[in-house]
Design a protein around this ligand. Structure first.
Ligand code: ATP
Length: 449
């Protein structure tokens, strides 16, 4: 009999508008676990930051949950769970808010694969609390009764995330000292730009070169100082050193994550689409794109089972410019989330990515030119042929001429910029950098002041 037990602990929904955040709670839990107890756990993996369905309406920001995969000496499992419950309760009461609804879920003895179906469902669809709890009971997952808020959905689902064979990335999250919470963040924007220029494509989505704005810092009273996203832990540590930060860092942790991997793009049919699901649809453009008030671009897409409206909203520009160039018959894959119908609009895919697979010929019909003077003729009335407005020449038996217009669109993948897209979207710079092998064991993944 082995003298160690594998235990996976997942946390969700500990954030609050007054300052809390699930990853921050986890950073405190890890600190207490490592420095103030004798449990002596072994971290089998980096802490996992698992993003779930970006379409659920009750998420605060990025719909993220955190999982710790550990091994503890046999007999210490109970102490670990008690510590997780205690830390969660104390954290939630410190940041009490109407919107947070903390959840905790614990899987004992490994075999996280059994939670994968729930993970895939929560990545792409809406999961009700009873479905999640029934699933947990069936698979003997412990949900401590003291921490049973809506967060159990995300916590349970996250247990099945990033098991093996899936692409992954990393994010280094640095936390502020409590005295600085609510104060403006003192990070030099220029240094973020220099860091991004020097490290991309090993890092991604950290700086917006179109709007010239850093993307690493949240706003408001959040205890998170910054988050740097990248493909390897070492580049994140190096990137942090490149930043000019004029405030103390309380702690930092490197998380392994499904962010930036398109994990939520699981192809389905238009007829299956329901509000708040993620959409990943292969189909054909079935109407000319329409530019509507506000600069949004909408078009229809069709597959074997149906037709559906898809819109690229103005903040996703320059993706809107791609949408404008689509043409009926183009074969595409669209990716986004499903907005429920409103008073004025049908159910709509809010598009954040388009892959153009095949371009249809763009044919427009034009009036013929005058055989006598070369001027473009005008219709002479229904069934009466054409008349030249310049020289008066008339032709009775002519019809409009089909003209093939060159397409100004290329085949390829086009995405919304990071400022306007969800955490799961794979940025273009990651194409070719996908991970195929299981991750190495965690190394130099935390710092506490
Ligand atoms: P933070 O980034 O600070 O953790 P957040 O954006 O992750 O905030 P939460 O406050 O955690 O948002 O809210 C998400 C809530 O939605 C959680 O209670 C979680 O359990 C639940 N949830 C996550 N995915 C789904 C899903 N697919 N169906 C239903 N509920 C979900």
């Amino acid at each position: 009999m082995s003298d160690a037990v594998e235990i996976h602990v997942a946390f969700d929904d500990h954030d609050s508008p007054r300052g809390g955040c699930t990853t921050h709670l986890v950073s405190l839990f890890i600190y207490i676990l490592l420095k103030e107890t004798s449990i002596n756990p072994l971290f089998l993996d980096y802490p996992l930051l698992i993003r779930l369905n970006p379409g659920v309406p009750w998420k605060t920001r990025g719909n993220g949950a955190v999982v710790l995969r550990l091994s503890v000496p046999r007999g210490r499992e109970k102490d670990l769970v008690e510590l997780a419950v205690q830390t969660s309760i104390e954290y939630s009461s410190a940041f009490k808010s109407r919107t947070s609804s903390p959840g905790l879920a614990v899987l004992m003895g490994g075999k996280a694969e059994r939670m994968r179906p729930l993970y895939l469902k929560a990545l792409t669809d809406v999961v009700t609390p009873d479905i999640a709890i029934r699933y947990a009971e069936k698979h003997s997952i412990l949900i401590p009764k003291e921490v049973r808020g809506r967060g159990v959905i995300g916590a349970l689902a996250a247990l099945g995330g990033l098991i093996s064979g899936e692409d992954y990335t990393y994010e280094l999250l640095a936390y502020r000292v409590p005295d600085m919470w609510g104060e403006p963040r003192r990070i030099s924007g220029g240094s973020v730009r220099r860091m991004a220029l020097a490290t991309e494509p090993l890092t991604f989505s950290n700086y917006d070169f179109i709007k010239e704005k850093p993307l690493i810092a949240p706003r408001g009273p959040d205890p998170v100082l910054l988050g740097i996203r990248g493909n390897y832990p070492w580049i994140l540590r190096k990137s942090l050193e490149m930043l000019e930060i004029e405030e103390p860092i309380d702690a930092w942790i490197i998380y392994r994550s499904n962010q930036g991997t398109d994990a939520h793009c699981i192809l389905r049919k238009l007829s299956e689409l329901r509000p708040y699901q993620t959409a990943c649809i292969r189909g054909v453009v079935s109407g000319k794109p329409r530019i509507i008030r506000g600069g949004h671009v909408c078009f229809n897409i069709k597959d074997q089972g149906g037709e559906h409206q898809a819109c690229i909203y103005e903040p996703a520009k320059p993706l809107t410019l791609i949408g404008e160039k689509l043409w009926p018959g183009d074969e595409i894959i669209v990716q986004g989330v499903v907005r429920p119908p409103s008073l004025h609009e049908p159910q709509t895919i809010n598009v954040e990515k388009i892959e153009v697979l095949k371009l249809a010929p763009k044919i427009v019909y034009r009036n013929p030119t005058c055989p006598r003077c070369g001027h473009t003729m005008k219709s002479a009335g229904r069934g009466k042929g054409f008349k030249c407005p310049k020289c008066g020449y008339r032709v009775k038996n002519a019809s409009k001429i089909a003209v093939r217009i060159p397409r100004r669109l290329k085949l390829g993948v086009f995405t919304a910029p990071p400022r306007a897209s969800g955490h799961l979207l794979k940025p273009l710079s990651r194409i070719g950098w996908e991970k195929k092998r299981p991750p190495p064991p965690p190394e130099k993944w935390f710092y506490y002041s």
